[in-house]
Design a binder for this molecule. Structure first.
Ligand code: MIC
Ligand code: SF4
Length: 642
């Protein structure tokens, strides 16, 4: 039987286990990436492992999330990151050089390799045929220390593409259509592999838009074959020697197949407040829009910016509309500046930001109260923009531009003839914002400012756990609910005591004070608890507040792994109707916790308030159970790599 692309790459990297869906495997990691918001913690954890130099082929540290520097905190973090990178053999992409996923694709990604990144959109690398996976910072630190990455073996789903995208319909519409069909849970436990004759009609930036937003499907990762299109892209990046062909065998077997005829697609739009709340743009045309934002790791490639310039050329953004543009990388920024395309964008009245995440993570450009904003980003979770009552819609660059020019939601096909964008045969290559680490970093001093607080430690699991349910939440709770980001909170990422004060702020601002008062407690959740970002702070800060377990109907992959990494037990209901039998405020006792986890047996939660019992299960590998018993991954890895 022939093999899919994903299977070929995974098999080459398999260290432990077999590719039986759902069973834990361990894979060797070739490359890692971090960004500043998760990176400070990842490097503090790496330091705690006492490994002088990273053991990967390549590790890169990016600064792209926290670049506002409205206080000393961000700047302290950047200085720490730059020095810690030099000390341990890590490349450092300086602030201003661009968004991690965009730059990694342009300058470092290699087809057929594995990439682990402390950011959920790391699968962007699948656009050039990598197995690129998002994980918590601690997992990335462990990979830098040479520890393999553990993940449940995914199913491999073929997304078979036929036809060609019509004018004004974009790669973004492909992934929005998939989200419409499959939902934010549709990719859980799966790799989405793209194949079929339609693949060759999509260039690498378009492929990367699709693999990037596969994260919103909950997928483990997404991957395109490495073919002639990939080769042309790498050649244009001066890296043709990094190319190798990796295509699926003609008789490759897949666990599932989804078919999309590109020629039948229309412009799509994700409505508030979930990326899968997708309809056709044509269905909701006419709604007034006050802000449009173009950028983020999903849609800030050269092609996206050239399209923006071509559509805006000679036009004016109308009064009442704010259009803001952020290019994905310095390469893109410099190229549109030199070519004069930037002048076309500025000339229309657009506002320019530096190459960074910016408004995508609520770092500035929050929209007005009660307004509508169309963004080319990947997430529209409640409050993420910084304005809780704003309506955030997710769209392609083309649909964003149609709204920017008309002031209302407009089908871009009404803009007339679509511009034809040809990518250059060669990109402008200037890696002067990437610092190569010295051969010997042992003398480099690591610089820590007052914002870098020591790492809190997880305690080994006790045998008896007693406490109160502090919060009960519904389905699809995101890590943006658990540990919000934005300009106020993001600078506290290296300061766990301070950031913990904001846990569940958008859901229940009393949560941190109640947790402290009670000396910890528990959380009850619905389905897909912890979807979205990879931020381990959504586990680390609750751990700091004394949360011992979360009982949910189901968990998102990265968050579940993060909970285990920080010694919090991810429990599921043996009987999901028991969700109704446990409320916020209930006092719960669990006995024989260690003994049960050692033997892989379910736990009985005794609800002392209601006088009932609930059976709670957990689906954890032996390694994960041992990790919990040891008091988190840091202790566990220290043992394993020493
Ligand atoms: C996001 O898009 O939510 C982030 C910010 O990039 C996160 C990482 C983080 O919280 O630092 C992600 O997607 O993993
Ligand atoms: Fe940055 Fe937004 Fe991409 Fe996250 S999704 S990496 S915040 S641009």
């Amino acid at each position: 039987m022939g093999k899919p692309v994903a299977q070929k790459i995974l098999e080459k990297h398999l260290v432990k286990g077999t590719l039986v869906p759902g069973k834990e495997i361990a894979i060797k990691i070739d490359q890692t990436l971090t960004q500043d918001a998760t990176g400070t913690m990842a490097y503090l954890q790496f330091e705690a492992m006492d490994i002088p130099r990273v053991k990967t082929d390549l590790s890169v540290s990016y600064v792209d999330h926290n670049t506002l520097q409205s206080g000393f905190e961000n700047a302290d973090d950047h200085r720490f990151l730059e020095s810690v990178a030099a000390r341990h053999g890590i490349y450092f992409s300086r602030p201003g050089n661009g968004i991690c996923h965009q730059v990694n694709l342009e300058r470092f990604g290699v087809p057929g390799r594995t990439l682990l990144g402390s950011d959920s959109h790391t699968p962007t690398g699948g656009g050039i045929g990598m197995i690129a996976i998002g994980a918590g910072g601690l997992d990335v630190a462990a990979a830098m220390a040479g520890y393999p990455f553990h993940v449940p073996a995914p199913k491999i789903v073929l997304v078979s593409l036929t036809g060609e995208l019509p004018e004004w319909v974009a790669a973004k519409d492909v992934i929005l259509e998939l989200l419409r069909r499959l939902s934010v849970k549709g990719g859980v436990g799966k790799i989405m592999e793209y194949g079929g004759p339609g693949v060759k009609t999509l260039d690498v930036p378009e492929r990367a838009t699709i693999t990037n937003m596969g994260a919103e499907l909950g997928a483990t990762t997404s991957v395109f074959p490495s073919d002639d299109v990939t080769r042309a892209f790498l050649k244009a990046q001066g890296r043709e020697s990094d190319w190798s062909e990796i295509v699926a065998d003609s008789d490759a077997a897949y666990d599932e197949v989804v078919e999309i005829d590109l020629s039948t697609l229309e412009p799509m739009i994700a409505q508030p407040h979930s990326p899968d709340n997708v309809v056709k743009v044509a269905d909701i045309e006419g709604k007034p829009v006050q802000q449009v934002a173009i950028g983020s790791c999903t849609n800030s490639s050269l092609k996206d910016l050239l399209t923006t310039a071509a559509v805006l050329d000679g036009k004016t953004v109308p009064p009442g509309m704010s259009l803001v543009v952020s290019p994905g990388s310095k390469q893109v920024f410099e190229m549109i500046t030199r070519s004069g395309d930037m002048a076309k964008i500025i000339g229309s009245g657009a506002r320019f930001l530096e190459s960074a995440c910016g408004p995508c993570i609520g770092m500035g450009q929050s929209p007005p109260s009660g307004s509508t904003t169309l963004r080319t980003f990947n997430r529209n979770f409640l409050g993420r923009s910084g304005t809780k009552d704003a309506d955030v819609y997710l769209v392609s660059v083309e649909t964003a531009l149609a709204a920017a020019l008309t002031g209302k939601i407009t089908d871009p096909r009404k803009l007339g003839k679509a511009p034809k964008i040809d990518l250059p045969g060669g990109f402008l290559i200037n890696d002067n914002m990437i610092v190569t680490p010295p051969e010997d970093g042992s003398k480099v001093e690591v610089l820590r400012g007052p914002n870098i607080k020591p790492l809190p430690k997880a305690e080994p699991l006790p045998d008896k756990i007693e406490g109160t349910v502090l919060l009960k939440v519904e389905d699809n709770i995101t890590t943006d609910h658990i540990m919000p980001a934005g300009a106020k909170i993001l600078p506290l990422r290296s300061n766990i005591p301070a950031i913990s004060e904001h846990v569940f702020e958008v859901v229940d601002p009393t949560f941190p004070s109640r947790a402290k008062q009670e000396g910890g407690g528990f959380i009850v959740g619905g389905d897909n608890y912890g979807q979205g970002s990879s931020r381990e702070h959504a586990a680390l800060a609750p751990m700091y507040l004394g949360i011992k377990w979360v009982l949910a109907k189901s968990f998102a992959r990265i968050h579940k792994a993060n909970l285990v990494n920080f010694g919090i037990i991810p429990l599921t209901f043996a009987n999901s109707s028991d969700y109704g039998k446990i409320e916020s405020g209930d006092g719960i006792r669990v006995e024989n916790v260690r003994g049960s986890i050692e033997k892989d047996e379910p736990l009985t939660l005794i609800n002392e308030t209601k006088g009932t019992e609930i059976k709670a299960e957990y689906d954890l590998s032996e390694r994960q159970r041992q990790t919990l018993l040891d008091g988190g991954l840091l202790n566990h890895v220290k043992k394993a790599v020493s």
